[in-house]
Design a protein around this ligand. Structure first.
Ligand code: GCU
Length: 341
Protein backbone atom coordinates (compact mmCIF):
# COMPACT_ATOMS: atom_id res chain seq x y z
CA UNK A 1 0.00 0.00 0.00
CA UNK A 2 2.80 2.35 0.98
CA UNK A 3 4.55 1.58 -2.30
CA UNK A 4 1.39 2.45 -4.25
CA UNK A 5 1.10 5.72 -2.32
CA UNK A 6 4.73 6.51 -3.06
CA UNK A 7 4.25 5.90 -6.77
CA UNK A 8 1.15 8.09 -6.78
CA UNK A 9 2.92 10.86 -4.92
CA UNK A 10 5.94 10.63 -7.23
CA UNK A 11 3.69 10.81 -10.26
CA UNK A 12 1.44 13.61 -9.08
CA UNK A 13 3.73 15.74 -6.91
CA UNK A 14 5.14 17.83 -9.79
CA UNK A 15 1.59 18.36 -11.13
CA UNK A 16 0.23 19.26 -7.70
CA UNK A 17 3.11 21.63 -7.20
CA UNK A 18 2.51 23.34 -10.53
CA UNK A 19 -1.16 23.82 -9.64
CA UNK A 20 -0.21 25.19 -6.22
CA UNK A 21 2.29 27.61 -7.62
CA UNK A 22 0.03 28.82 -10.39
CA UNK A 23 -2.78 29.18 -7.86
CA UNK A 24 -0.59 31.13 -5.47
CA UNK A 25 -2.13 34.52 -6.24
CA UNK A 26 -3.16 37.20 -3.83
CA UNK A 27 -5.12 35.92 -0.88
CA UNK A 28 -4.13 32.31 -1.55
CA UNK A 29 -2.09 30.21 0.82
CA UNK A 30 1.34 28.94 -0.15
CA UNK A 31 1.63 25.21 0.61
CA UNK A 32 4.83 24.39 2.51
CA UNK A 33 5.73 20.72 2.06
CA UNK A 34 7.86 18.90 4.63
CA UNK A 35 8.92 15.26 4.09
CA UNK A 36 10.56 12.69 6.35
CA UNK A 37 10.99 8.94 6.68
CA UNK A 38 9.69 8.21 10.18
CA UNK A 39 6.30 6.83 11.27
CA UNK A 40 3.42 9.03 12.40
CA UNK A 41 4.02 8.40 16.13
CA UNK A 42 7.80 9.00 15.94
CA UNK A 43 9.19 12.04 17.84
CA UNK A 44 10.24 13.61 14.52
CA UNK A 45 6.69 13.57 13.20
CA UNK A 46 5.28 14.87 16.49
CA UNK A 47 7.75 17.76 16.36
CA UNK A 48 6.87 18.58 12.75
CA UNK A 49 3.16 18.54 13.57
CA UNK A 50 3.89 21.06 16.34
CA UNK A 51 5.74 23.13 13.71
CA UNK A 52 2.74 22.92 11.38
CA UNK A 53 0.39 24.06 14.12
CA UNK A 54 2.66 26.91 15.16
CA UNK A 55 3.28 28.26 11.64
CA UNK A 56 -0.38 28.04 10.72
CA UNK A 57 -1.33 29.67 14.04
CA UNK A 58 0.98 32.60 13.32
CA UNK A 59 0.91 32.83 9.53
CA UNK A 60 -2.13 30.77 8.59
CA UNK A 61 -3.44 33.33 6.14
CA UNK A 62 -0.31 32.99 4.02
CA UNK A 63 1.03 29.47 4.59
CA UNK A 64 -0.35 25.97 4.88
CA UNK A 65 2.15 23.39 6.13
CA UNK A 66 1.81 19.78 4.95
CA UNK A 67 3.88 17.12 6.70
CA UNK A 68 4.50 13.87 4.78
CA UNK A 69 5.85 11.04 7.02
CA UNK A 70 6.92 7.44 6.24
CA UNK A 71 8.91 8.08 3.03
CA UNK A 72 5.69 9.11 1.26
CA UNK A 73 7.75 11.53 -0.81
CA UNK A 74 10.54 9.01 -1.41
CA UNK A 75 13.71 7.92 0.35
CA UNK A 76 15.79 10.45 2.28
CA UNK A 77 18.15 10.71 -0.70
CA UNK A 78 15.15 11.49 -2.98
CA UNK A 79 13.79 14.03 -0.52
CA UNK A 80 17.09 15.89 -0.25
CA UNK A 81 17.11 16.22 -4.03
CA UNK A 82 13.48 17.40 -4.04
CA UNK A 83 14.41 20.01 -1.42
CA UNK A 84 17.43 21.02 -3.43
CA UNK A 85 15.35 21.77 -6.51
CA UNK A 86 12.46 23.31 -4.56
CA UNK A 87 9.93 20.61 -5.51
CA UNK A 88 9.39 20.42 -1.74
CA UNK A 89 10.42 23.02 0.83
CA UNK A 90 11.85 21.02 3.75
CA UNK A 91 12.87 17.50 4.65
CA UNK A 92 14.59 15.66 7.45
CA UNK A 93 17.81 13.99 6.37
CA UNK A 94 20.25 12.00 8.40
CA UNK A 95 23.57 13.80 8.75
CA UNK A 96 25.12 10.64 7.26
CA UNK A 97 23.75 11.09 3.79
CA UNK A 98 24.47 14.83 3.74
CA UNK A 99 28.19 14.14 3.54
CA UNK A 100 27.70 13.32 -0.13
CA UNK A 101 26.41 16.88 -0.63
CA UNK A 102 29.08 18.65 1.45
CA UNK A 103 32.25 17.16 2.91
CA UNK A 104 31.79 19.34 6.03
CA UNK A 105 29.01 17.01 7.19
CA UNK A 106 31.58 14.20 7.45
CA UNK A 107 32.58 15.59 10.84
CA UNK A 108 29.38 14.66 12.69
CA UNK A 109 29.52 11.16 11.20
CA UNK A 110 32.82 10.25 12.86
CA UNK A 111 32.51 7.32 15.25
CA UNK A 112 33.00 8.19 18.92
CA UNK A 113 33.08 11.92 18.17
CA UNK A 114 31.04 12.89 21.24
CA UNK A 115 32.02 11.78 24.74
CA UNK A 116 28.51 11.79 26.18
CA UNK A 117 24.92 12.72 25.32
CA UNK A 118 25.40 16.02 27.14
CA UNK A 119 28.52 16.87 25.16
CA UNK A 120 26.64 15.98 21.97
CA UNK A 121 23.65 18.18 22.83
CA UNK A 122 25.81 21.12 23.93
CA UNK A 123 27.99 20.91 20.82
CA UNK A 124 25.01 20.66 18.47
CA UNK A 125 23.37 23.64 20.21
CA UNK A 126 26.54 25.71 19.70
CA UNK A 127 26.29 27.85 16.53
CA UNK A 128 30.07 28.06 16.31
CA UNK A 129 30.13 24.30 15.86
CA UNK A 130 27.13 23.89 13.58
CA UNK A 131 27.45 27.16 11.59
CA UNK A 132 30.27 26.11 9.24
CA UNK A 133 28.53 22.79 8.60
CA UNK A 134 24.93 24.00 8.29
CA UNK A 135 25.80 26.77 5.83
CA UNK A 136 27.99 24.60 3.63
CA UNK A 137 25.31 23.42 1.21
CA UNK A 138 23.94 26.85 0.28
CA UNK A 139 25.43 26.62 -3.20
CA UNK A 140 23.75 23.27 -3.60
CA UNK A 141 20.40 25.01 -2.99
CA UNK A 142 19.58 23.98 0.56
CA UNK A 143 20.64 24.74 4.11
CA UNK A 144 20.17 23.23 7.55
CA UNK A 145 17.66 25.07 9.71
CA UNK A 146 17.94 22.95 12.87
CA UNK A 147 19.19 19.60 14.11
CA UNK A 148 17.13 16.74 15.52
CA UNK A 149 18.31 14.23 18.13
CA UNK A 150 18.49 10.68 16.83
CA UNK A 151 20.13 9.13 19.88
CA UNK A 152 23.06 6.74 19.76
CA UNK A 153 23.67 4.17 17.04
CA UNK A 154 24.47 0.59 18.04
CA UNK A 155 24.75 -2.77 16.27
CA UNK A 156 21.92 -5.26 16.22
CA UNK A 157 21.83 -8.64 14.58
CA UNK A 158 19.44 -11.43 13.73
CA UNK A 159 21.10 -14.08 15.84
CA UNK A 160 24.71 -13.28 16.72
CA UNK A 161 25.40 -11.31 19.90
CA UNK A 162 28.07 -8.63 19.32
CA UNK A 163 30.37 -8.35 22.33
CA UNK A 164 33.67 -7.39 20.67
CA UNK A 165 34.64 -6.08 17.21
CA UNK A 166 35.77 -9.63 16.34
CA UNK A 167 32.12 -10.75 16.55
CA UNK A 168 31.34 -8.55 13.53
CA UNK A 169 33.76 -10.44 11.31
CA UNK A 170 32.08 -11.85 8.24
CA UNK A 171 28.69 -10.33 9.04
CA UNK A 172 26.84 -8.28 6.46
CA UNK A 173 25.70 -5.14 8.24
CA UNK A 174 23.48 -2.50 6.69
CA UNK A 175 24.92 1.00 6.96
CA UNK A 176 23.61 4.33 5.72
CA UNK A 177 24.79 5.49 2.29
CA UNK A 178 27.84 7.38 3.52
CA UNK A 179 31.55 6.80 2.85
CA UNK A 180 32.30 7.35 6.56
CA UNK A 181 29.94 4.60 7.62
CA UNK A 182 31.35 2.20 5.05
CA UNK A 183 34.90 2.98 6.25
CA UNK A 184 33.89 2.51 9.90
CA UNK A 185 32.30 -0.84 9.17
CA UNK A 186 35.29 -2.17 7.32
CA UNK A 187 37.64 -1.11 10.15
CA UNK A 188 35.39 -2.97 12.58
CA UNK A 189 35.62 -6.09 10.44
CA UNK A 190 32.05 -6.42 9.18
CA UNK A 191 30.95 -6.23 5.59
CA UNK A 192 29.23 -2.87 4.99
CA UNK A 193 26.01 -3.07 3.01
CA UNK A 194 24.77 0.46 2.27
CA UNK A 195 21.06 0.86 1.57
CA UNK A 196 18.15 3.22 2.24
CA UNK A 197 16.30 2.95 5.54
CA UNK A 198 13.05 1.76 3.98
CA UNK A 199 14.73 -1.33 2.53
CA UNK A 200 16.27 -2.62 5.76
CA UNK A 201 13.35 -4.61 7.16
CA UNK A 202 12.96 -6.76 4.06
CA UNK A 203 16.74 -7.21 3.76
CA UNK A 204 16.87 -8.47 7.37
CA UNK A 205 13.88 -10.72 6.94
CA UNK A 206 15.20 -12.28 3.74
CA UNK A 207 18.70 -12.64 5.30
CA UNK A 208 20.35 -10.47 2.63
CA UNK A 209 22.00 -8.86 5.66
CA UNK A 210 22.83 -10.25 9.12
CA UNK A 211 22.20 -7.06 11.01
CA UNK A 212 22.15 -3.29 11.01
CA UNK A 213 23.00 -0.38 13.28
CA UNK A 214 20.69 2.29 14.58
CA UNK A 215 18.99 3.74 17.64
CA UNK A 216 16.45 1.72 19.66
CA UNK A 217 13.42 3.08 17.80
CA UNK A 218 14.41 1.13 14.69
CA UNK A 219 13.57 -2.04 16.63
CA UNK A 220 9.99 -1.03 17.35
CA UNK A 221 8.96 1.80 15.05
CA UNK A 222 10.46 0.04 12.01
CA UNK A 223 9.89 -3.51 13.26
CA UNK A 224 13.56 -4.56 13.05
CA UNK A 225 13.24 -6.13 16.52
CA UNK A 226 10.79 -8.66 15.05
CA UNK A 227 13.77 -10.14 13.20
CA UNK A 228 16.85 -9.06 15.18
CA UNK A 229 17.15 -10.51 18.67
CA UNK A 230 20.43 -8.96 19.93
CA UNK A 231 21.02 -5.23 20.38
CA UNK A 232 24.51 -4.35 21.53
CA UNK A 233 25.38 -0.98 23.12
CA UNK A 234 28.77 -0.35 21.50
CA UNK A 235 27.71 3.34 21.20
CA UNK A 236 29.60 3.91 17.93
CA UNK A 237 27.91 7.09 16.68
CA UNK A 238 25.58 9.92 17.70
CA UNK A 239 24.42 11.05 14.29
CA UNK A 240 21.97 13.93 14.27
CA UNK A 241 19.12 14.25 11.84
CA UNK A 242 19.04 17.60 10.09
CA UNK A 243 16.00 19.59 9.01
CA UNK A 244 16.99 21.15 5.71
CA UNK A 245 15.16 23.87 3.79
CA UNK A 246 15.21 25.05 0.18
CA UNK A 247 17.24 28.30 0.10
CA UNK A 248 15.07 29.96 -2.57
CA UNK A 249 11.94 29.41 -0.46
CA UNK A 250 13.63 30.71 2.70
CA UNK A 251 14.69 33.82 0.81
CA UNK A 252 11.10 34.58 -0.25
CA UNK A 253 10.08 35.01 3.40
CA UNK A 254 9.76 38.56 4.72
CA UNK A 255 11.85 39.45 7.77
CA UNK A 256 8.85 38.98 10.04
CA UNK A 257 7.86 35.66 8.47
CA UNK A 258 11.42 34.42 8.69
CA UNK A 259 11.48 35.22 12.41
CA UNK A 260 8.34 33.09 12.87
CA UNK A 261 9.83 30.22 10.86
CA UNK A 262 13.07 30.42 12.88
CA UNK A 263 11.04 30.07 16.07
CA UNK A 264 9.25 27.13 14.47
CA UNK A 265 12.58 25.45 13.66
CA UNK A 266 13.66 25.79 17.29
CA UNK A 267 10.33 24.29 18.29
CA UNK A 268 11.03 21.24 16.10
CA UNK A 269 14.31 20.73 17.94
CA UNK A 270 12.80 21.22 21.40
CA UNK A 271 9.64 19.13 20.94
CA UNK A 272 11.55 16.26 19.36
CA UNK A 273 14.14 16.28 22.12
CA UNK A 274 11.44 16.27 24.77
CA UNK A 275 9.71 13.30 23.12
CA UNK A 276 12.93 11.42 22.38
CA UNK A 277 13.85 10.26 25.89
CA UNK A 278 10.35 8.90 26.50
CA UNK A 279 10.27 7.19 23.11
CA UNK A 280 13.61 5.42 23.69
CA UNK A 281 12.53 4.14 27.10
CA UNK A 282 9.28 2.73 25.79
CA UNK A 283 10.99 1.28 22.68
CA UNK A 284 13.44 -0.61 24.91
CA UNK A 285 10.69 -1.94 27.08
CA UNK A 286 8.58 -3.04 24.13
CA UNK A 287 11.55 -4.60 22.32
CA UNK A 288 12.52 -6.62 25.40
CA UNK A 289 9.02 -7.67 26.42
CA UNK A 290 7.14 -8.06 23.17
CA UNK A 291 9.83 -8.74 20.58
CA UNK A 292 12.18 -10.77 22.76
CA UNK A 293 15.21 -8.58 22.05
CA UNK A 294 18.19 -9.04 24.40
CA UNK A 295 20.15 -5.86 25.19
CA UNK A 296 23.91 -6.30 25.63
CA UNK A 297 26.39 -3.86 27.19
CA UNK A 298 29.85 -4.70 25.81
CA UNK A 299 33.03 -2.87 26.75
CA UNK A 300 33.09 0.15 24.44
CA UNK A 301 36.84 0.84 24.39
CA UNK A 302 37.89 -1.94 21.95
CA UNK A 303 35.38 -0.66 19.38
CA UNK A 304 36.56 2.90 19.95
CA UNK A 305 40.23 2.00 19.54
CA UNK A 306 39.62 0.33 16.18
CA UNK A 307 37.95 3.52 14.90
CA UNK A 308 40.46 6.03 16.31
CA UNK A 309 42.39 6.34 13.05
CA UNK A 310 39.31 7.85 11.40
CA UNK A 311 39.68 11.02 13.50
CA UNK A 312 43.32 11.42 12.44
CA UNK A 313 42.45 10.75 8.79
CA UNK A 314 39.61 13.28 8.94
CA UNK A 315 41.85 16.03 10.36
CA UNK A 316 44.52 15.32 7.78
CA UNK A 317 42.00 15.47 4.93
CA UNK A 318 40.08 18.55 6.19
CA UNK A 319 42.48 20.74 8.21
CA UNK A 320 40.11 23.70 7.75
CA UNK A 321 37.58 21.92 9.96
CA UNK A 322 40.02 21.34 12.81
CA UNK A 323 38.82 24.41 14.82
CA UNK A 324 35.31 22.94 14.78
CA UNK A 325 36.67 19.53 15.78
CA UNK A 326 38.60 21.16 18.64
CA UNK A 327 35.45 23.01 19.68
CA UNK A 328 33.71 19.65 20.04
CA UNK A 329 36.65 18.34 22.12
CA UNK A 330 36.16 21.30 24.47
CA UNK A 331 32.51 20.28 24.98
CA UNK A 332 33.69 16.68 25.48
CA UNK A 333 36.11 17.79 28.18
CA UNK A 334 33.40 19.81 29.94
CA UNK A 335 30.81 17.00 29.74
CA UNK A 336 32.87 13.83 29.79
CA UNK A 337 30.82 12.19 32.51
CA UNK A 338 27.53 12.04 30.66
CA UNK A 339 24.65 9.66 31.17
CA UNK A 340 25.30 8.36 27.65
CA UNK A 341 27.48 5.50 28.82
C1 GCU B 1 17.59 6.94 12.02
C2 GCU B 1 17.55 8.37 11.59
C3 GCU B 1 17.03 8.49 10.17
C4 GCU B 1 17.82 7.61 9.24
C5 GCU B 1 17.86 6.19 9.75
C6 GCU B 1 18.76 5.32 8.88
O1 GCU B 1 16.28 6.44 12.10
O2 GCU B 1 16.71 9.09 12.47
O3 GCU B 1 17.13 9.81 9.73
O4 GCU B 1 17.27 7.61 7.95
O5 GCU B 1 18.34 6.18 11.08
O6 GCU B 1 19.48 4.50 9.43
O7 GCU B 1 18.76 5.47 7.67
Amino acid sequence: MRMVLKILVAAFLPLALAVTLSGCGEGERRIVRVGHNQAADHPTNLALLAFEEYIEGELGKRYEVEVYPSELLGSQMDMVQLTQTGAIDFCVASNSILETFSKNYTLFNLPYLFASSEAYHRAMDDPEITGPIFESTRQAGFQAVTWIDAGTRNFYTVDKPIRTPADLKGLKIRVQQSPTNVAMMSLLGGSATPMGFGEVYTALQSKVIDGAENNELALTSNGHGDVCKFYSYDMHQMIPDILIGNCAFLETLTKEERAVFEKGFQMVNAVERREWGKAVESAKERAAKEQGVTFLYPEVQPFQEVCASMHRDFLAAYPELSPVYEGIQAWNAAWAEGEGR
